[in-house]
Design a protein around this ligand. Structure first.
Ligand SMILES: [Zn+2]
Ligand SMILES: [Zn+2]
Length: 567
């Protein structure tokens, strides 16, 4: 990890209005801390540094020195927030802001400090409502998925000449998790910020749907318990641990099972704090909590209980134990407790090292990794970028190789100015007045498929229906479906086509031609035995494979047409 020693020399003089000086870019776990200049304003985005001294030793050592005009914190994870308390103590007048939920989660970053003694140094900002701090400078927060309270931040600086915008994603996730909804891409579409600072944790990799990841983890834990192995899950204080607990409490592999889930360490404090924040959680979670406690429940199986220090040698086996990622695992994996499976979260781009010296694994103890995504994958990141359409993109937060994978994507290189700064290196962000916002490339959308009896429902994201093309597609509510190899191609039938078809049907019934053939669907031949198979045919066409259409057996929906969203 390189230590930042240079103090930012901002370049206000030659008309450059935007610059970014990173104190930390979280390449190797050092945390995110970015100083942004917009005109005369200096904004610090996050303070995930474990040691804030680079922020204190600014160029001049005058007593009224402050490293920024204000601080905005994206979310309560330590890699974004752990330096805030020290920063506040060093500069008590420096204003610090975050979302309401984040302000309440922040104290968990300092478990060693008496929680009552941590001052309320962070002020809450509302969602989706720009707040003006200083002349011409405002910020607006948007929920970014990833963790309750996590925000993406839109900064706007209005100069007499024009207004400048910078969008910082913090950590973001487009998919819904159990306890937090994903980032709503629709509300950001076409924002066209001058600068986008985006995290690239997962590089360009593509991940299976979150439900599949959840099922894999649930299966693994279930198999371990079935073979009388206890399961130990070291997790961070906030986020992943509570997600897994919700999964275990609501997944069909576990509901009703006579099983204890023990929670220890700061993860348990995280659960306590989540309980105080229930009104902020998604409605589904609030509904769940109306029927049974979200956490701490000895009545409904599987039971979920807090582990007291004196209990750890007397808990029954097999069981599930969740504890801090930094905990001494030998407390749990004691020789007389039977075999353990230790499940450690994968960190894409980094090798996961399990310090087995921290405990004495007996021969039957197994250490494995699992993956439950907390950030958007490669396609999610590029989707976000193309929807926002910025001039500059600054990638932070991820292994340098992963970030380089993103910046080498042609679809990004062709459209945006890309940066992957190291800590301590100034990024100049010249804004071209004549910059043409590029068109986004065609994207593949992910949807969900549900088969219920004879009805098939395909659910597609809003982005598809938001385009003008959708109106054409959905015009009549009738679609034509056709296999193309392994792919199913859907085509909306237009009003005009239907008119043509019905007038075609007026052809004299006695004539042997395509329009009286039972294989004609939506103007195409569907007879595999015909040389015309798959082709658009004229009503008066003919082939030797002709078979007369019989009214009673060939009703609508039998071959190609079906109701919209079902077949
Ligand atoms: Zn995070
Ligand atoms: Zn992070």
């Amino acid at each position: 990890m390189s230590r930042v020693q240079i103090y930012p020399q901002f370049n206000n003089s030659d008309g450059l209005e935007l610059e970014c000086f990173p104190y930390g870019v979280h390449h190797e776990g050092e945390g995110v801390c970015l100083l942004v200049r917009m005109g005369p304003h200096r904004i610090l985005l996050d303070c995930g540094l474990a040691d804030i001294s680079p922020l204190q030793t600014g160029g001049n050592a005058s007593s009224d020195f402050v490293p920024a005009d204000l601080v905005l914190c994206s979310h309560a994870h330590p890699d974004h927030a752990q330096g805030l308390l020290a920063l506040h103590q060093a500069f008590p007048l420096l204003p610090i802001y975050a979302s309401d939920v984040t302000t309440q989660l922040l104290p968990l970053n300092w478990p060693e400090v008496n929680q009552q003694e941590i001052p309320q140094f962070c002020q809450a900002l509302p969602w989706r409502s720009p707040v003006e701090f200083q002349d011409g400078l405002s910020a607006e927060l948007f929920p970014s998925g990833h963790l309750p309270g996590a925000a993406a931040i839109l900064l706007t600086y209005n100069s007499p000449q024009r207004s400048y915008t910078l969008f910082y994603t913090g950590d973001f996730f487009l998919s819904n998790s159990r306890l937090v909804e994903g980032l709503h891409l629709e509300e950001l579409r076409g924002l066209e910020p001058d600068v986008l600072i985006v995290e690239g944790s997962y590089g360009t990799s593509r991940h299976p749907h979150r439900r599949i990841q959840e099922n894999q983890l649930a299966e693994r834990i279930s198999r371990a318990i079935a073979s009388s192995c206890s399961v130990l899950l070291p997790t961070p204080t906030l986020g992943l641990g509570q997600e897994i607990l919700m999964l275990l409490r609501s997944h069909h592999n576990f509901t009703g099972r006579d099983l204890d889930i023990w929670v220890d360490g700061t993860v348990a404090f995280g659960c306590d704090t989540y309980l105080e924040l229930l009104p902020y959680f998604p409605l589904a979670v609030q509904n769940f909590a109306r029927h049974q406690p979200l956490f701490w429940d000895q009545r409904v199986r599987p039971r979920m209980r807090r582990l007291n220090p004196q209990q750890s040698s007397t808990i029954g086996h097999p069981c599930i134990v969740m504890t801090d990622e930094t905990a001494d695992l030998s407390i749990y994996c004691q020789p007389n407790t039977g075999p353990w499976v230790i499940l450690v979260p994968e960190k894409p781009g980094y090798s996961v090292t399990i310090d087995t010296s921290r405990f004495a694994p007996d021969a039957s103890t197994v250490v494995e990794t699992y993956f439950l995504a907390q950030h958007s994958d490669g396609p999610g990141s590029t989707q976000l970028i193309h929807n926002l359409r910025p001039q500059h993109v600054i990638f932070v937060h991820g292994s340098p190789t992963y970030l380089a994978d993103l910046t080498s994507l042609e679809e990004l290189q062709n459209r945006y100015h890309l940066h992957t700064p190291d800590a301590g290196v100034m990024v100049e962000l010249p804004i071209g007045e004549t910059f043409l916002q590029p068109a986004a490339p065609e994207v593949n959308y992910e949807g969900e498929l549900n088969e219920l009896g004879t009805v098939v429902t395909v659910t597609l994201p809003d982005a598809i229906t938001a385009t003008p093309r959708w109106r054409q597609f959905a015009d009549t509510g009738l679609v034509e479906a056709r296999w193309q190899g392994e792919e199913l191609v859907l085509r909306g039938l237009s009003q005009r086509e239907l008119m043509n078809q019905s007038s075609d049907r007026l052809m004299p019934a006695g004539v042997e031609c395509c329009v009286t053939c039972r294989f004609l669907r939506g103007q195409r031949c569907l007879n595999q035995a015909s040389p015309l198979y798959g082709f658009k045919v004229t009503p008066d066409g003919y082939c030797p494979a002709f078979e007369r259409h019989v009214e009673e057996e060939g009703g609508r929906g039998g071959g190609g047409e079906g109701e919209k969203e079902s077949s």
